[in-house]
Design a protein around this ligand. Structure first.
Ligand code: SF4
Length: 376
C-alpha cells in the first residue's frame, strides 16, 4: 500500500465554501470516534497484503482539534500494526485557530514530520467572508511555533479568486506567504460546490466570483511569483521547494493504492474504490457492530481505471509516463487514445516528449477541458 489516510471530521465552525466531510466539534463523541478509529486500524491491519507504508496523512476536518494524546494514540497504533518506511512522511493538517505551542511540540514529538497549515488568506475581511475562525496574527504565531517545534517540512494552503479579490491583493498574499519561507504551497482557486452556504448565496445573487479573466490573471501570478521564488510547480495547484513535494498527494495523482480510515474516508486497493459512511455517529456505530464502516464499493473496469489514471496523472506537470501506463494496463496507449492525442497536439494543449504526455503551457490553463477528453 502506498499511503494511509486518517480522517478527523470535526471543525470549530463550518466554513461557507466547505464541502469536505466536516462536522461541528463534539468533544464527547470525538473520544468515542478515536476508539472507533483504533478498532478500524486493527480491523484492516491483518487483511492488508502489503504492510509497508511510505506516507500517512491526518486530514479533516481539523485533526488538530483532537488533543495531542489522542493523535499520539492513533499514530502509535498505526506504527504498531503497519510498517512505516524509513523516511515515512507523516502529515497533519492544522488550522491556525486550533493549535497551541504545546500541541505543536507534542505532535512533533509523536512523529508527525510534516504540517499543512490552512491559511487561505492574510486579509481580515477575506477570512471573515470565508468564515474561517482564525485571524492574521494567529497565522504568524502558528507558523513560527511550528518551526520552533521542529517542523522542517511545512506547507501553507492559500485560496485565490475570492469575491471582490483583486490580482494585486492576491499577489500580496503570495508575498506574505513567501515571507514565512514555507517548503510547500498549495494555491487553489475558490470553487463553489453544491450543498455549501456559498452555493446558496451565489444562487441568490449574493456572492459573485471574480470574472474568468481575472481568475486566470491570478493563476498566472501564482505561477510566476512562486516559480521566481524557487518553487517548482509540480502539480497544477501545488508548488514545492526541491525535495518537498507532498509524497502522499503524489501517490493520489499516480492513482496509486491507499487505505483511508475514518468517517467518509475513501480507499483504492486492488482496483476497487470504497468509501466509508460520512456521519461520525453512524461511522462509530458501524465500527462497533461490524469492525468496518464501508458504505459503497466499486470495482473499476479497465476503461474507467485508465481514464482516472490519466485524469490524475495529467495534474502533475511532468505528466504520464506512457511506457509505465502501458505496462500497468497491458494496452497500447496510442491505440486507445491516438485520436484524442492527435487532436490535443494539434491544439497545442499537450506535449509528447521522452515517452511522457504532459499538459503544455497553454493546456495548464485549460486542464479540465483537456482531461475530460480522456474520460469520454
Ligand atoms: S476548517 Fe477546513 S474542513 Fe473545516 S469547515 Fe473549514 S474548510 Fe472545511
Amino acid at each position: 500500500m502506498n499511503g494511509l489516510y486518517i480522517h478527523i471530521p470535526y471543525c470549530l465552525h463550518k466554513c461557507g465554501y466547505c464541502d469536505f466531510n466536516s462536522h461541528p466539534e463534539n468533544i464527547e463523541e470525538s473520544e468515542v470516534y478515536v476508539t472507533a478509529l483504533l478498532s478500524e486500524i486493527e480491523y484492516y491491519a491483518p487483511i492488508q497484503t502489503d504492510h509497508s507504508v511510505p506516507t500517512v496523512f491526518f486530514g479533516g476536518g481539523t485533526p488538530t482539534l483532537l488533543p495531542p494524546d489522542q493523535l499520539d494514540k492513533i499514530l502509535r497504533r498505526v506504527k504498531d500494526l503497519f510498517n512505516l518506511t524509513e523516511y515515512c512522511e507523516i502529515s497533519i493538517e492544522a488550522n491556525p485557530a486550533t493549535i497551541k505551542r504545546e500541541t505543536l511540540e507534542q505532535i512533533r514529538g509523536s512523529g508527525f514530520n510534516r504540517i499543512s497549515i490552512g491559511v487561505q488568506s492574510f486579509d481580515a475581511d477575506e477570512l471573515k467572508l470565508l468564515e474561517r475562525v482564525h485571524n492574521e496574527e494567529e497565522i504568524h504565531t502558528t507558523v513560527n511555533r511550528a518551526r520552533l517545534a521542529g517542523f522542517d517540512n511545512l506547507s501553507l494552503d492559500l485560496m485565490s479568486g475570492l469575491p471582490g479579490q483583486s490580482p494585486k491583493k492576491w499577489k500580496s498574499h503570495l508575498q506574505q506567504a513567501l515571507e514565512k519561507n514555507p517548503n510547500h504551497i498549495s494555491a487553489y482557486g475558490l470553487t463553489i460546490e453544491p450543498a455549501t452556504s456559498f452555493y446558496k448565496l451565489q444562487k441568490h445573487g449574493l456572492l459573485t466570483l471574480p470574472p474568468e479573466d481575472t481568475q486566470l490573471e491570478m493563476f498566472t501570478t501564482t505561477i510566476e511569483t512562486l516559480q521566481s521564488a524557487g518553487y517548482e510547480q509540480y502539480e497544477i495547484s501545488n508548488f514545492a521547494r526541491p525535495g518537498f513535494e507532498c509524497k502522499h498527494n503524489l501517490n493520489y495523482w499516480d492513482n496509486g493504492e491507499y487505505l483511508g480510515l475514518g468517517a467518509g474516508a475513501s480507499s483504492y486497493i486492488g482496483g476497487e474504490r470504497s468509501k466509508n459512511i460520512n456521519l461520525p455517529s453512524r461511522y462509530i456505530r458501524a465500527i462497533q457492530e461490524k469492525g468496518c464502516a464501508v458504505e459503497s464499493k466499486e470495482k473499476l473496469d479497465l476503461l474507467h481505471a485508465m481514464g482516472e489514471t490519466i485524469m490524475l496523472g495529467l495534474r502533475r506537470l511532468k505528466g504520464i509516463h506512457i511506457a509505465e501506463f502501458e505496462t500497468r494496463f497491458q494496452i497500447s496507449f496510442k491505440k486507445v487514445y491516438g485520436n484524442v492525442i492527435n487532436s490535443l497536439l494539434n491544439d497545442e494543449l499537450i506535449t509528447l516528449n521522452h515517452n511522457r504526455m504532459a499538459l503544455s503551457q497553454k493546456g495548464i490553463y485549460l486542464a479540465d477541458s483537456v482531461i475530460i477528453k480522456f474520460l469520454g
